[in-house]
Design a protein around this ligand. Structure first.
Ligand code: CAO
Length: 454
């Protein structure tokens, strides 16, 4: 073992800087390149890395100390290295930052490697470019929240960033009013970092050379998939979403739907009506949801981004989006004013909008303004799923394929047609108990639409 002195390396144009954070203490084991202290000038702050691995014996600086290039930071105990048996060799004089500590009892340091990269290679350019002032505790607070100080403006003296600034910035990001560079990279289709999780502080996305394992073909994703993917990612990451699953007994409703469709077919054949409009279960679901949204208005609200999510905007309209599967990807056309329309009109509009979606002819107006969304996989299959909320809406209803199931009526099992419901809701706005009540009420209406009149 030898002891060496670790000194402040070349810090560019700064003559003297202040120590604002100590990141190690005596006894700590550090590895080469690990940050030791943070220093701050009037223009920037930067972390000073360690050039060697070892154990910190003594810290030679304290908070508030002024240091400059060559100032002694700490004494580090490092493992000796031998040079293929040729005995200890003095550290190269060319490295001014690492010199043997003046400890006569210690053997001379053995063949120390040249100092690891200088400060300039460790300091992000943004930091050198003018990071505002912030106290160590504020820096620590920002680090814990993952807030990039480089992207903030401080409200304190000389632009110093305060804890309140960090809190305000975090609220704005959560409200979607401000985007950090990392989030922007995540949501921008095709942007660097959009798929590697770098902005979230996650380990990098695995990059695999699939061709090593077998033949592969690369196909560009559709524009719609790229755009909806970026939106889905933001919504999945930013909304604390919970999903409640339930079943609704739609035995009588389905019988009514089938008989209604038979009636309209007959009347179209006899020339009494223009043409049969096929009534779908989804149309009934839209009407049932409108009734539930009226009873539980939070589900028809949005967080008010203008006031940093400190208020809810309750919508007085009922525009219901429905997810449509198209060859180019997922689209969400919107039935406007669903509360003012009947089942036939909703079915008719839905079929037109779904066709337009599949033909790629939906206008932006036909896809905007939804206050609640339904995603139905009922025509395909499955039992339950967890749909992702379509921000800034606060809830979405997922519906799967109805199946006959034995239901206990208190005396015997009865065969009933059961519809699986999956309600995902934003926990910032809605509580679990309200969500359960919403599902129960929705189930009651689907079981007997006369309840809407009560
Ligand atoms: N249970 C049982 N059968 C159902 C059902 C349900 N919940 N919902 C629909 N069906 C039946 C219909 O009655 C119809 O049967 P018939 O042809 O015998 O009458 C058949 O399934 C096909 O219905 P459909 O899916 O064409 O019509 P729809 O009104 O139910 O849905 C639309 C329209 C546009 C929502 C649908 O075509 C679609 O695109 N669904 C996919 C949505 C999606 O991708 N969601 C996932 C989003 S997350 O990635």
């Amino acid at each position: 073992m030898s002891v060496i002195e670790i000194k402040v390396p070349d810090i560019g144009d700064f003559a003297e800087v202040t120590v604002i954070e100590l990141m190690v203490k005596p006894g700590d084991t550090v590895r080469a390149e690990q940050s030791l202290i943070t220093v701050e000038s009037d223009k920037a702050s930067m972390e000073i890395p360690c050039s060697h691995s070892g154990v910190v014996k003594q810290l030679k600086v304290g908070l508030g100390d002024k240091v400059k290039q060559g100032s002694l930071l700490l004494i580090l105990e490092v493992a000796d290295r031998t040079d293929s048996g040729s005995g200890p060799v003095a550290k190269p004089a060319a490295d001014p930052m690492v010199v043997p500590a003046p400890a006569p009892s210690s053997p001379p340091p053995a063949n120390l490697p040249p100092a690891e990269p200088r400060l300039s290679s460790h300091v992000p350019q943004a930091a050198l470019g003018g990071l505002p002032h912030a106290s160590p505790s504020v820096r620590k607070f920002a680090r814990e929240l993952g807030v990039p100080l480089t992207e903030m403006k401080g409200s304190g003296p000389k632009g110093r960033i305060t804890e309140a600034d960090v809190q305000g910035f975090t609220r704005s990001v959560m409200a979607g009013a401000v985007q950090t560079a990392a989030i922007a990279a995540q949501v921008k289709p095709g942007a660097a970092g959009a798929s590697d999780g770098a902005g979230l502080g996650l380990i990098p996305w695995p990059r695999v050379d699939f061709a090593k394992f077998g033949p592969v073909e690369r196909k560009e994703m559709s524009r719609i998939k790229k755009i909806s993917g970026a939106n889905l990612l933001r919504n999945a990451v930013m909304i604390p979403a919970v999903t409640n699953h339930d079943d609704a007994d739609i035995t009588d409703l389905e019988a009514f739907r089938v008989s209604t469709n038979l009636e309209s077919e007959k009347s179209a054949k006899s020339g009494q009506s223009a043409g049969p409009v096929k009534v779908t279960m989804l149309a009934f679901l839209i009407k049932a949801c409108v009734a539930a949204l009226k009873k539980f208005p939070e589900f028809n609200s949005s967080l008010d981004a203008e006031s940093d999510n400190s208020a809810l905007v309750y919508k007085q309209y009922y525009h219901i989006g429905f997810a449509a599967d198209t060859p180019s990807g997922l689209m969400v056309p919107v039935i406007k004013d669903a509360d003012k329309k009947g089942i036939f009109q909703i079915s008719q509009e839905m079929s037109e909008l779904a066709k337009k979606a599949r033909d790629g002819k939906l206008s932006p107006a036909e896809m905007s303004g939804a206050s609640f969304t339904i995603s139905s996989l009922g025509g395909i299959g499955g039992r339950y799923f967890t749909p992702i909320i379509n921000a800034p809406e606060v809830a979405i209803l997922g519906v799967c394929k109805s199946t006959m199931a034995p239901v206990w009526d208190g005396k015997a099992f009865q065969p009933r047609l059961m519809l699986p419901l999956s309600l995902t809701w934003d926990h910032r706005v809605i509580d679990g108990a309200t969500a359960a009540r919403f599902n129960v009420y929705l189930g009651q209406i689907l079981g007997d639409f006369r309840r809407v009149l009560l």
